[in-house]
Design a protein around this ligand. Sequence first.
Ligand code: ZN
Length: 214
Amino acid sequence: MNISHHLSDDTLQEYTAGALDPSLEVVIACHLTYCTSCRNRADMLDVTVGALLDTEQPTAVRTTALELIQKAQSLGEEQAQAEPPVSDVPRPLGRLLPAPLESLAWKRLAPGIKQYNLSNRHRKYGAFKLLHLAPGVVLSQHTHKDKELTLVLRGSYQDEIGRFKAGDVADLGDDVVHQPVVDTQEPCIALIATQSPVQFSGVMGKLMQPFVGF
Ligand SMILES: [Zn+2]
């Protein structure tokens, strides 16, 4: 798979230290099943983090970091070898889904926009969901208070940062304002996790916020 957009060093560092929300960890583990380059970087970071932790605080945290990496790697290997429960997505996501992507109980949010929620926590704590966007859909311009990870599973979209297709991950901090547009005739399905809700700009965006809320 030809991946153009990767996880940032900061994100991989937090991941190897076990410091991220579990929903963000799922998105990262899914990207790692696609991406050898990020897997190798995570390995190298783990050596560094491990060495630092070894001098300060022995086994407990060190084990967590190592376990996370090993888990992600074994998920990647299992993905290659065994048939996952839902076979059209990476295994860390597939085991959270009751059915293949197109058969899920998608909820319509707006014309051309459907979502499947993977978490029932209040949206003020962030989101963990799949979005299904029809060709030509333009999302409201928005930014985030905190980290947002988006992994494209099907189709593609473009925004101010670039073009994102299957396997690509958008690893966005709070300094990015963007407006994704689905740019092919195929629906775009993406897995999204945030640590806090988005901040929509503009009147339409503010109207949309209660509905989209990611
Ligand atoms: Zn990558």
